[in-house]
Design a protein around this ligand. Structure first.
Ligand code: ZN
Length: 109
């Protein structure tokens, strides 16, 4: 996975906003890695993993528009908030996967 992709779309007035973007993405990925084992029912398949990632990031923009310097001053609190978002996303995707379970893991009664 390339985290250092050059992307001029994140330039405005000669200022790169890409680092902010990467920062949240990296935090989300690390938190996904950390929290996946805690959700025993999560199947860890590529579709669900991507969905958790996308859903997590889609819930973060309200943080982006806040005072960025403040966000970075309080990195620990930031990570805590993002972790709640990630856990929620894992739970949502786990409960409603976009695919049928193929591993025969589901307990349909
Ligand atoms: Zn899946």
């Amino acid at each position: 996975m390339e985290l250092e992709v050059e992307d001029n779309n994140y330039m405005i007035n000669g200022i790169s906003l890409q680092n902010i973007r990467n920062r949240f993405e990296v935090i989300v990925i690390k938190l996904m890695e950390k929290n996946f084992p805690q959700f025993a029912e999560f199947d860890n398949c590529p579709i669900c993993t991507e969905d958790v990632y996308a859903l997590s990031l889609s819930r973060i923009p309200s943080v982006y528009v806040k005072d960025v310097s403040q966000v970075f001053d309080d990195d620990e609190l930031m990570t805590e908030n993002v972790e709640e978002i990630v856990k929620y996303a894992i739970f949502q995707v786990m409960s409603n996967p976009k695919h049928k379970h193929k591993k025969g893991k589901s307990k349909e009664t």
